[in-house]
Design a protein around this ligand. Structure first.
Ligand SMILES: Nc1ncnc2c1ncn2[C@@H]1O[C@H](COP(=O)(O)OP(=O)(O)OP(=O)(O)O)[C@@H](O)[C@H]1O
Ligand code: SF4
Ligand SMILES: [Mg+2]
Length: 357
């Protein structure tokens, strides 16, 4: 892996659940993020995927300091930024910028594009001399493929894809080293998604950016990601290179997610089988004991209810080596061919329903 620029360790975010208007007693907590570790190398892309509510955006907000963690550390260039405040924090924030999901609501409709893209210079005036800002804004628009002549237009005069380009231009204004992109293309038409992903790819090459790219759709993440982390209910359940995760998944949850990704070749589709998970994701205010995926896992056994599986390379897979030997938080991690859905069988046995909802 490239030299780490961001290192996240034991990251936790719990939102207290209170009861009573006067005293507001704490009766529990929403464990939105519940012990997350990862490293982001300089210039690389880490994809974070998982179903709605698994904690992706909460991780993103903590990375860009929109929220403080309940516990854990976020190191940027070796320094724990969760302890910083004032000027030191501001200096770090400059280097880690965010691109938001919804280009329709994340841009102020009453500001011109020029003011939106140049806004970071108001917050960090040291980044650009006042007289130079207009020129910089025009250059940023050009870099993201927009017409610099449109600097005085308003967001509603642009299409969804163009608006996301405006959001990206704003994210680039301070020349950050890291961009956290939270579902940057999920609100866009499929035809436009690829254009924005390609733009992000090009910008990464051009400016050596590191990305944390968040999506609930695995197929979008693959194009950009060097490594992928799969989240479930506040934790990372499997992580590895894109080849390890996409071609050799060993965690049942990843296997289920991947089986839902459309494959154009019908024979490949048949070979792969489809795993349909039953039941909903449990509430993060009431997570299952042991493995938190066990209520939906077709492989769950007694051990899964009592022992939390660590995110590590499973012993059996480590010995065999190869791409299946990557971190997977499952007591019975196996590749699909070794123990997943039976390939090429008739439809009903290919549907593995979870133990209970
Ligand atoms: N401010 C908050 N107070 C209480 N609970 C919260 C708060 N913010 C998020 N949550 C809860 O934390 C969990 C994780 O939310 P988060 O938005 O991080 O998920 P996500 O993976 O980004 O989902 P999506 O794919 O829908 O964007 C959810 O159950 C959510 O309801
Ligand atoms: S630890 Fe058990 S319940 Fe969890 S994913 Fe593995 S087999 Fe399923
Ligand atoms: Mg989200």
């Amino acid at each position: 892996m490239a030299e780490p620029i961001v290192e996240v360790s034991g990251l936790v975010k719990h939102y207290p659940l209170t009861r009573g208007v006067v005293f507001g007693r704490q009766v529990g907590a929403v464990r939105a993020v519940d012990g997350v570790d990862f490293r982001l190398g300089r210039g690389e892309t880490l994809g974070i995927v998982g179903e709605s509510g698994c904690g992706k955006s909460t991780v993103a907000r903590m990375l860009v300091h929109l929220e403080r963690p309940t516990a854990g550390t976020i190191r940027y260039r070796g320094e724990d930024v969760t302890r910083l405040s004032g000027r030191a924090l501001k200096a770090v924030r400059r280097n880690i910028q965010m691109v938001f999901q919804d280009p329709y609501t994340s841009l102020n409709p009453r500001m011109t594009v020029g003011d939106i893209v140049g806004e970071p210079y108001d917050i960090h005036p040291e980044a650009a001399p006042r007289g130079d800002r207009r020129r910089r804004v025009r250059e940023l628009l050009e870099v993201v493929g927009l017409n610099p002549e449109h600097v005085n237009r308003y967001p509603h005069q642009f299409s969804g894809g163009q608006r996301q380009r405006i959001g990206i231009a704003r994210g680039l204004a301070l020349r950050p080293e890291v961009i956290v992109a939270d579902e940057p293309v999920s609100a866009l038409d499929v035809s436009v998604q690829a254009q924005v992903v390609n733009l992000m790819d090009r910008l990464q090459q051009e400016f050596g950016l590191a990305y944390v790219f968040i999506a609930h759709d695995l197929s979008i993440v693959r194009h950009l990601s060097d490594r992928v982390a799969v989240m479930y209910l506040g934790r990372i359940v499997e992580t590895g290179t894109d080849t390890e995760i996409y071609d050799h998944p060993t965690h049942p949850y990843t296997q289920a997610l991947l089986s839902a990704v459309p494959v154009p070749d019908p024979r490949a589709r048949e070979r792969r089988g489809r795993i349909i998970l039953s039941g909903d994701v449990p509430s993060p205010a009431d997570v299952p004991s042991g493995c938190r995926f066990r209520t939906r896992c077709w492989k769950a056994r007694e051990r899964c209810a009592v022992e939390v599986p660590a995110l590590a390379v499973p012993e059996g897979l480590r010995a065999a080596g190869g791409p299946a030997a990557h971190a997977s938080a499952c007591h019975f991690a196996q590749t699909v061919s070794a123990g997943g859905p039976a390939p090429g069988r008739a439809a009903p046995p290919q549907e593995h329903r979870g133990a209970s909802a």
